[in-house]
Design a protein around this ligand. Structure first.
Ligand SMILES: Nc1nc2c(c(=O)[nH]1)N[C@H]1C(S)=C(S)[C@@H](COP(=O)(O)OP(=O)(O)OC[C@H]3O[C@@H](n4cnc5c(N)ncnc54)[C@H](O)[C@@H]3O)O[C@H]1N2
Ligand code: MOO
Length: 446
């Protein structure tokens, strides 16, 4: 191996991985329970799948809280919600018109109008005081309850009103133009499942059911620690050779977008002790800690040492993929540390691949894995891919075919190519240059 592996790798082959089935999704997860005693246990060059299994398999359980309905947008339900009543609550008219007995209209036609006596008028929000009997009708507005005795409604435009009578020119069947109680939702029906994300129509439905407060998962807290002497924050005059810390901003934004609560802990220099101090602070305050930078093989890449100083066990270091191979995961008292590459695009691609499903799962979402689709490359990709490579692109449809167009350069620092990126296409390891039209599998990032 061209780089230093500072720990004992033998432990990785003791058959210590415990494969568990994860909620029937055909996805196995790995735990390190039995690996503890080996100390120094670590895997390197793991596949992206295995890296994800390590993270999901060690994902801590989320807490719960109650929130007011208007504040619940984007939150994740921590219980199934059952309807306590029908929606609509009563049979109602979908039209402005007249309610009558369908049986009265049996012989009605263009040349044989049925003349009914109008006995009452009911706007929406009021209830009829009378019942409809043979030869009678009650005028109803859209949304008004159907009067007792009536079983059909005719719209105004199809009638002829004259004094206190109205003529109908066609036959109706029982139930015609009536919205039945429970047509939308039946009492006792599950309207939303645990693990689903609250969206605007669900908020509306819950309001229609009179539910003003719901139980949701607590937002996962994710600490962000940046590393590197070269980093300066916004508002500081940029010194020669320094760069602005963009990762802590993009990571915090990604975390918020996923329903998490980012805790930006701060920036450490290139000393393991300094990184460890911030890491420990993150571990104390958050559910997961993410670091950026310092995770490769350079003399200043101190995240691995910091992890050990913080008393955490390394789960894996390096993933067999590009960009983002220098990635590390560690565990301390059930809390995960994910060390992402400092290179902005490499770090963000790995964030999408690994951290995004982890945060979604931590947030309680039932669906936390990206969907995969097949796409055809819209343009050539001229490089060889000795290891599995992820390309950033955008989904475009041409004549019903899903194509992927590059969103920019594919270098590990090209952050701009992530702005419009909604596809991460996978090039299998060992591929040569690819021609436009080549079929690839891609993760659909939306
Ligand atoms: N000898 C080797 N060198 C490198 C290898 C290797 O295998 N052998 N791998 C390269 C690859 S690939 C990558 S990716 C990077 C990963 O390096 P690190 O994750 O350790 O990150 P740093 O070295 O700290 O930084 C890389 C790059 O990113 C900039 N950076 C760091 N933090 C931030 C931030 N918060 N905001 C914006 N930009 C940031 C930093 O200045 C560097 O330019 O290692 C290669 N080297
Ligand atoms: O593996 Mo580095 O992540 O190419 O960017």
């Amino acid at each position: 191996m061209a780089y230093k592996v500072r720990v004992n790798l033998i432990g990785a082959y003791f058959g210590m991985f415990l494969s568990l089935s994860c909620k029937g999704r055909g996805f196995s997860v790995l735990t390190v329970e039995s690996a503890r005693k080996y100390g120094g246990f670590m895997e390197t060059n793991v596949s992206a799948e295995k890296a994800l299994q390590f993270l999901l398999g060690n994902c801590p359980a989320g807490g719960q809280e109650r929130v007011a309905l208007p504040d619940s947008l984007g939150r994740v339900l921590d219980e199934d919600i059952r309807a306590g009543e029908d929606i609509p609550q009563f049979d109602r008219s979908p039209l402005d018109g007249y309610a009558f007995r369908a049986a009265d209209t049996l012989r009605a036609g263009e040349d044989n109008p049925l003349i009914l006596e109008v006995i009452e008028e009911v706007p929406a929000g009021y209830t009829p005081s009378k019942a409809v009997s043979a030869g009678k009708t009650i005028k109803v507005m859209t949304g008004a309850p159907i009067p007792e005795g009536a079983d059909a409604v005719v719209k105004y435009e199809e009638t002829l009103e004259k004094g206190n009578t109205v003529s109908l020119f066609q036959a109706f069947r029982s139930g015609q133009n009536i919205v039945r109680a429970g047509e939308d939702v039946m009492k006792g029906q599950i309207v939303a499942r645990k693990g689903s994300v609250v969206n605007p129509p669900l908020i509306g439905l819950l309001a229609a059911l009179g539910i003003s407060e719901i139980s949701v998962f607590r937002r996962p807290r994710v600490a962000v620690v940046s590393t590197g002497e070269e980093l300066q924050d916004l508002g500081e005059e940029l010194e020669k050779g320094k760069i602005r810390n963009s990762n802590s901003y993009s990571l915090a934004a990604y975390i918020s977008e996923l329903g998490g609560e980012p805790l930006v802990i701060g920036t450490a220099g290139d000393k393991a002790e300094e990184v460890a101090v911030l890491m420990k602070r993150g571990l104390a305050e958050a559910d997961v800690v993410m670091t950026t930078g310092g995770v490769s093989v350079g003399d200043y890449d101190v995240v691995q040492d910091a992890v050990r100083l913080a008393g955490a066990e390394v789960l894996f270091w390096r993933i067999d993929m590009k960009p983002g191979s220098p990635t590390l995961a560690a565990l301390k008292d059930g809390k995960l540390i994910l060390g992402l590459s400092g290179n902005p695009a490499a770090g963000m691609v790995v964030f999408q691949l690994l951290a995004s499903p982890l945060i979604k799962k931590l947030a309680g979402r039932a669906e936390y894995l990206w969907q995969r689709i097949e796409v055809l490359l819209k343009e050539d990709f001229r490089k060889n891919s000795p290891r599995r490579r992820y390309l950033r692109g955008r989904l475009v449809w041409e004549k019903g075919t899903a194509l992927m167009e590059f969103t920019g350069g594919q270098g590990n620092d090209v952050l701009s190519s992530l702005i419009e990126c909604d596809l991460l296409a996978e090039i299998p390891a060992g591929s040569g240059p690819l021609k436009a039209g080549e079929k690839l599998e891609a993760l659909l990032l939306k």
